[in-house]
Every structure is written in structure tokens, then in C-alpha cells.
Ligand binder design. Structure first.
Ligand SMILES: [Zn+2]
Length: 422
């Protein structure tokens, strides 16, 4: 298993993928009532799929479809074949349940082992999984993928920073995965304890939150590692859908397993090559819960396959944010990532922050809470706040209010950081 294993010619690959798509659509037509009804409403049958391009005529699958058929109404296999479920947190009401056959777990492990190998992990690495084990797909996904690759896996779970560092030091951990915000927290604690030289870290794999290039640079500098961006979502399979190589210029994905389209988030129209829009994913190899044209709500664009690393796999640009995360502040569209970029430009601020959307008459206003990098006086806090307001105005063209907090004020639990409070 290595970066060069994907060398089929485009035409052979396309014929094989078309065959897999046709088989998938037939299976779903025969076994998944709710999706078959959607196809019938669109006047389609499996015979209409003659090429990969015909995919775009098929109906979308959304998070609402999974919720409406809670917990396992979209299964394409006999329930007895299932060996595991995962679930994503439901911010409102019930969670979204996803299910796996033994074959799915094996395919997922293979996909992740390949992605981790392309990212630079080897069977000589000690890989610490600093994510919460449980219903969330992150920890067990990375765990099985790294084991499949032959790395030594340390399933330390989320939180308990002191224990994480003890294990990192005593087991000579060389690589780890966590959320980017928790990596930043680890970096701060390592710096404060002055123990960076006693650690063997060289590689970090980060996902589950949208993060910026500025955040990456800070993590890489503070921990002395290469920080790799990883993308995945439980509805599609979990982590491993796409991941960067050490060139860090876009996230590679395997087109034999995933067809990725970019659509207009409003109209659902497929956008021309290279345009930015909503990522829509069809998983070609899943047995239990195939998803056809899944609307991720994540924003990105497709990059050409010719990455300087030479692996030949197509690339997805780093996720810019979620359609749902876009804020409208005083009538201006703002992404949380723009505020993060602005805050990173103010010396003396940490990147632990939270955005609060508050009502300001007819318009929404933005209040930013951001921790200082070190304890500051009231006067210094005022100066930091002024500079942050200016930086946000320059990057996002809005006027926000900024409150400077003492270091450590915002929660760091190892899970997804709460970035936006509405
Ligand atoms: Zn590459």
C-alpha cells in the first residue's frame, strides 16, 4: 500500500467506475424504498445510468433523509449483516445513525490506511488517537486505518492532557490525530511545561473542524510537526474521504471509492470545473448504507490531479467552511474562517476564540471572544481588542466588537470546538 498504487489509466478507471455506479444504483433501487421513490418521482430507473455523467440527474440525499428514516430505514442490506453503528451528534433532536457491514469496516480501514500512507504515516510510526472513542466515527476510524497500515496505535481517547503527554513521552509517539483546536491546546501546554525536546512528534492529522492556513502554521511551528488536513463525515463513511499529502496543496481522494461533485448550494446545479460550491459525495463501495449524491453542506472546489507529489489522485481544496456556518452580519456575508485569519494577524492573541451573533436592532451584530496568548493588563487587553477590530474589518469588511479573555477561559474538551454561538 503506497502513494503510487493508483495508476489505472483514466479510461479504464472510468469504465470500472461506471460499472460500480450502475451496480450501486441497482442495489439501492432494489433495497432502499425511500431512495427508489425519489428516483421514481424524478422519472428515473437504474437503466438511465449509462455513464458517470448520468449521475447528475439522480436525486440528492440529505441529512434530513437520514433523520426522516431514523434509525436504519435506508439500509441496503439485511440488518443481520451489520457489525457496527456510529452516530453523529444531533444538534436538534435525534442523532444520525450510520451502519457498517464487516465488508464496510474492512473497506474503510483500507481507504484510511492508504490515505494515511499518502499523508506520510508508516508502519514504523507510533500513532496516538487523541479523539473521543464512541459513537463519533473519528477515533475508531483512524484507529482501524492506522492498525491496517501497521502503525502502533495508542488509543488514548480525548481530553486528559497530562496523560496524553505522559503517553506521548513514554511511548515515543511520532504521530497523532486530534481536532486542530486541541492540537493548539497541546502545543501551549507542551510549551509551558518546556517538554518539547522530550517528545518525538513529527506528524499530525487534523480534522472535524474547519481550520485555516494560519492555524496550521501556528500548530506546525509550536509543535515542530507537519500538520495534515483530513476530511470525512460519518454519513459518507467517516474520516478518510480525503486527506492531504505532505505537499499540503489540496486533499487527495480515491475516485474508485468516492465521486465528488461541486454544486451551487442554492440551486443544486452542478458547477463548472474548478468553481467553488457545495461538496456532494457519492460513495461507490458501501454495502450497508450507500449514499448517493450526499449534500455535505461543506464548501470547496475540485483541483486538478497533477499534485507535485505524483500520486495522480484528484484533489479537493481545503474546506472553506459550511454553507450553514455563513453568517450575515449587518447584511454582509462572513465566514468564521475569515475572522480566524484576522485574529491570527494580531500579535498577542491566541487562536482560541468564539463568535457570538447578537441581535442589534434589525441587523445581526458580531461579538468576538478571543483569548490573549498570555496574561495581559486591562490596558493591554484594550489595545489587543482595538487591533483585532481593525484586522476583522480589513479581512471580513465588517465592524465587530472584540472582548479579550484571559488564557484558558474557553473550554477545550478535545471534541469539536464551539466556534459560533447564535
Ligand atoms: Zn499530493
Amino acid at each position: 500500500m503506497n502513494a503510487m498504487s493508483c495508476t489505472a489509466t483514466a479510461s479504464t478507471g472510468e469504465t470500472a467506475r461506471t460499472g460500480r455506479l450502475q451496480a450501486l444504483i441497482s442495489r439501492v433501487w432494489n433495497h432502499v424504498g425511500p431512495y427508489r421513490r425519489k428516483m421514481e418521482e424524478a422519472g428515473m430507473t437504474p437503466d438511465d445510468i449509462k455513464s458517470l455523467d448520468d449521475l447528475r440527474a439522480l436525486p440528492f440525499t440529505t441529512k434530513a433523509d437520514l433523520r426522516d428514516n431514523y434509525p436504519l430505514g435506508l439500509l441496503a442490506c439485511d440488518r443481520k449483516k451489520l457489525v457496527r453503528v456510529h452516530a453523529s451528534s444531533g444538534t436538534t433532536g435525534k442523532p444520525t445513525v450510520v451502519a457498517y457491514t464487516e465488508g464496510d469496516i474492512s473497506t474503510w480501514s483500507d481507504i484510511l490506511a492508504h490515505r494515511l500512507a499518502v499523508a506520510g504515516l508508516t508502519d514504523g510510526d507510533v500513532f496516538q488517537v487523541v479523539l473521543g472513542y464512541g459513537l463519533f466515527t473519528g477515533a475508531l476510524g483512524f484507529h482501524c486505518g492506522a492498525e491496517r497500515l501497521g502503525a502502533l496505535v495508542v488509543p488514548s481517547g480525548g481530553g486528559f492532557t497530562e496523560r496524553q503527554l505522559l503517553l506521548m513521552e513514554d511511548l515515543s509517539t511520532t504521530a497523532f490525530t486530534s481536532t486542530p483546536s486541541y492540537a493548539l491546546h497541546l502545543a501551549e501546554v507542551i510549551k509551558a511545561a518546556g517538554i518539547r525536546d522530550r517528545l518525538s512528534l513529527r506528524l499530525g492529522i487534523f480534522g472535524a473542524e474547519a481550520w485555516t492556513e494560519e492555524m496550521r502554521l501556528r500548530i506546525e511551528e509550536d509543535l515542530g510537526i507537519v500538520a495534515i488536513d483530513s476530511y470525512g463525515l460519518s454519513e459518507v463513511i467517516g474520516p478518510g474521504v480525503a486527506m492531504e499529502c505532505p505537499r499540503r496543496s489540496g486533499l487527495h481522494f480515491d475516485p474508485d471509492h468516492f465521486i465528488i461533485e461541486i454544486v451551487d448550494p442554492e440551486t443544486g446545479e452542478v458547477l463548472p470545473e474548478g468553481a467553488q460550491g457545495e461538496v456532494v459525495i457519492t460513495a461507490l463501495s458501501k454495502e450497508a448504507l450507500p449514499v448517493i449524491r450526499y449534500r455535505t453542506r461543506d464548501l470547496s472546489r475540485l483541483l486538478p490531479a497533477d499534485c507535485p507529489c505524483g500520486c495522480g489522485e484528484p484533489r479537493l481544496e481545503r474546506i472553506k467552511g459550511r454553507c450553514d456556518d455563513m453568517l450575515i452580519i449587518r447584511g454582509v456575508n462572513v465566514f468564521p474562517s475569515q475572522v480566524e485569519v484576522a485574529l491570527s494577524r494580531v500579535e498577542g492573541l491566541s487562536l482560541h476564540y468564539q463568535l457570538h451573533v447578537v441581535s442589534g436592532g434589525a441587523m445581526k451584530e458580531l461579538k468576538v471572544l478571543c483569548e490573549a496568548g498570555a496574561p495581559v493588563s486591562e490596558e493591554e487587553a484594550l489595545s489587543l481588542s482595538r487591533r483585532a477590530v481593525k484586522a476583522i474589518q480589513a479581512v471580513a469588511t465588517i465592524r465587530a466588537s472584540v472582548e479579550i479573555l484571559a488564557p484558558g477561559s474557553l473550554e477545550r474538551n478535545g471534541g469539536k470546538a464551539v466556534r459560533v454561538v447564535r
